[in-house]
Design a protein around this ligand. Structure first.
Ligand SMILES: Nc1nc2c(ncn2[C@@H]2O[C@H](COP(=O)(O)OP(=O)(O)OP(=O)(O)O)[C@@H](O)[C@H]2O)c(=O)[nH]1
Ligand SMILES: [Mg+2]
Length: 205
């Protein structure tokens, strides 16, 4: 980590063809490809951003959605500060797959990871099968936040990554405070956790 630049590892998980690669490519390079080229294992991209004058670097791991790669998941989500679980709003199976990932991540990492759920392909809302409000409520129940996105039209993508980054920054600040307090022998409760939980109630639909 270079001086003054905090690094956050973010992993994208979700069924094949839901648009994980497309979301990353749109966010990092502002590109979109109509063709589906299945990711093999995973690919990696970095992006530097500034939030409220604080510089941070996102190391983004875009994983393969095909079932045969599922077992590789832990290699990529281990040590991640944030995960984006992607489904396609026109594909119910992909939404159920997100729920499987949430269970696995909570079991393996507990609350040590910020979870974002992205309902992608919002431009295909005529073929929607996943109700946005239901997905939003589910996200709240599992301590995640939910966005609808269209990598194709570049809608909601910047907001998704920005919101995730803010939350990872908040968690990191809280952890640093706790470390300082424990190393100084004191214990002081802060409101930061409440702030994170309260902002997770933001609407998306
Ligand atoms: N209409 C629409 N199509 C999209 C959108 N995002 C991605 N696609 C299309 O969906 C297909 C799959 O996109 P990818 O980004 O390759 O999907 P993936 O989740 O990375 O797939 P795997 O690498 O196999 O896991 C491609 O044909 C994309 O052009 C979107 O927001 N709207
Ligand atoms: Mg891909």
């Amino acid at each position: 980590m270079s001086r003054g630049l905090e690094n956050f590892k973010v992993v994208l998980l979700g069924e094949g063809c839901v648009g994980k690669t497309s979301l990353v490519l749109r966010y990092v390079e502002d590109k979109f490809n109509e063709r589906h080229i299945s990711t093999i294992q995973a690919s990696f991209l970095m992006k530097k951003i500034s939030i409220d004058g604080k510089r941070l670097q996102l190391s983004i791991w875009d994983t393969a959605g095909q079932e045969r790669f599922h077992a590789l998941g832990p290699i990529y989500y281990r040590d991640s500060q944030g995960a984006i679980l992607v489904y396609d709003i026109t594909d119910m199976d992909s939404y159920h797959k997100v729920q499987d990932w949430v269970r696995e991540l909570r079991r393996m990492l507990g609350d040590n990871i910020v979870l974002a759920i992205a309902g992608n392909k919002s431009d295909l809302s005529a073929n929607r099968v996943v109700d946005c409000t239901t997905a939003q409520q589910y996200a709240e129940e599992v301590g995640a936040f939910h966005f609808e996105t269209s990598a194709r039209l570049n809608e909601g993508v910047e907001e998704l990554f920005l919101d995730l980054s803010r939350r990872m920054l908040a968690v990191s600040a809280t952890q640093q405070q706790q470390q300082q307090h424990s190393s100084s022998g004191g214990l002081q409760l802060t409101d930061d956790d409440d702030q994170i939980n309260n902002t997770s109630k933001r609407a998306c639909c």
